[in-house]
Design a protein around this ligand. Structure first.
Ligand code: IMP
Length: 426
């Protein structure tokens, strides 16, 4: 049963899209298991740059793609994305959406904005896509699923009940304007007509495929430190980006995922608020941001940049069960001068090697750095590990030793072929 899961080992934006796109060449099905259009996967292929938000990265290779039940689906965003892909020459005609996936409604987006505004300086820094409020409704047993949306009568009943509550919150707590049932109903019935043919029991599809020995790639969005349980809570997203989230997020047993790859950038970035131990607030941070084009694919926000943090990576390997790591953007670090790697934290005079739960502890942590000479050469043409400059090889070897996992893929540029593969994943 060749089930392979790929997840982010940092705060998202690790380059999972390009790794999934690469691995998808050998896959039969690519499945997203959590998150929504808060994700932004940038994939460069055939000289074009594609920004994917909801559609699995396998779409660019015309693979069967599945949006699992654990994903929250904004139908307008999905349809816009599909239109854009088709305008760019991508067929995107093998996409299936779980009929159990929850639908992001306009009141989710409205509440996301109102709740963030109410938090003021303490805001989470969400993407504003209504993701958190949609997951809240799912767990409150008040959500609207794809199967509910495509049944017009059922949808009318559920929307009426939801709007009554949401409008009370929007108007009475936040002083906002109420949303109109008629407008949302008409708009969403239109979306339902366009997505109904894609709705399916995708849990069954994936199960059957795995039983038939087809290769299934599970694509995580966001990353370990945005996981609602293991991330820097409350500065997290409202789902489980860790690969263990793929079992409930797709509807398969955990024993059907037999290999896990964690994806990490050669340095660290994050968007949104929250502590970040190795953050660089100086010229070097700006150099990495400019060289790596570190601006969000979804919101365009400048990403915060810092040195590689091996406390985070070791933690991600453990809580995510990574068998191996893919390290992206080694080319970005080339030519920026000497580099540093954080191997532990110093908190209140104590050496700490395990990522703490308390945000106060993380905020107090001082990085313990190892200095590296850096590599000046352009490495974007290199395809064999042995051909990398010695400093770059040492950098990768340190990651392997500290994290206890082999680095089997190394990204040296944005294009599909700019990847050093030391071991085949499937
Ligand atoms: P939300 O997912 O929009 O609720 O945002 C919660 C937190 O997750 C914020 O810090 C966002 O910036 C962050 N976030 C959500 N999606 C992504 C992503 O795809 N990459 C990086 N950060 C993300």
């Amino acid at each position: 049963m060749p089930g392979l899961a790929v997840f982010g080992a940092q705060w998202g934006d690790e380059g999972k899209g390009r790794i999934v796109d690469f691995l998808a060449q050998d896959a039969d099905i690519v499945v997203r298991y959590q998150g929504g259009n808060n994700a932004g996967h940038t994939v460069e292929t055939g000289g074009r740059v594609y920004k994917l938000h909801l559609v699995p990265s396998g779409v660019l290779l015309n693979k069967v793609c599945v949006i699992g039940n654990g994903v929250v689906v904004d139908p307008k965003s999905l349809l816009d994305e599909l239109d854009e892909l088709r305008q760019g020459g991508v067929k995107a005609d093998k996409l299936f959406i779980s009929d159990r996936a929850h639908v992001v409604m306009p009141y989710h987006r409205a509440l996301d904005a109102l709740e963030e505004a109410a938090l003021g300086a303490g805001e989470i820094g969400t993407t504003g896509r209504g993701i958190g409020p949609c997951y809240v409704d799912k767990f409150d047993r008040a959500g609207i699923r794809v199967c509910d949306l495509i049944d017009k009568d059922d949808f009318a009943k559920k929307l009426k009940a939801a709007l009554e509550k949401k409008n009370a919150i929007i108007t009475k707590i936040y002083g906002g304007a109420p949303l109109s049932f008629d407008k949302i109903y008409a708009e969403y019935c239109g979306y339902a007509e366009r997505i109904a043919h894609m709705a399916a029991d995708t849990s069954l599809m994936v199960y059957d495929a795995l039983k038939a020995d087809k290769k299934v790639l599970f694509e995580g969005a966001q990353g370990t430190l945005l996981d609602v349980d293991f991330g820097t809570y409350p500065y997290v997203t409202s789902s489980h980006p860790l690969p263990s989230g793929a079992a409930p997020g797709v509807g398969i047993g955990p024993n059907m995922i037999d290999k896990v790859i964690g994806v990490a950038k050669a340095y660290t970035t994050r968007v949104g608020k929250g502590p970040f131990v190795t953050e660089l607030l100086d010229d070097m941070g700006e150099r990495i941001r400019q060289k790596g084009h570190e601006f969000g694919a979804t919101t365009g926000r400048a990403r915060r940049c810092g040195w590689l943090d091996l406390v985070i990576l070791r933690y991600a390997v453990r809580v995510g069960g990574a068998d191996s790591l893919a390290v992206t953007r080694m080319d970005t670090l080339g030519g920026i001068g000497d580099v540093k790697v954080c191997e532990a934290y110093q908190i209140g005079g104590k050496r700490v090697e395990n990522f703490p739960a308390s945000l106060e502890d993380i905020a107090k942590a001082q990085p313990v750095y190892l200095d590296f000479p850096g590599w000046t050469d352009d490495i974007s043409h290199i395809r064999e590990f042995e051909d990398l400059p010695e400093a770059a090889r040492k950098y990768i070897e340190l990651i392997e030793i500290v994290c206890g996992a082999p680095v089997t893929m190394i990204g040296v540029g944005p294009a599909r072929e700019q990847c050093i593969v030391r071991e085949k994943a499937f």
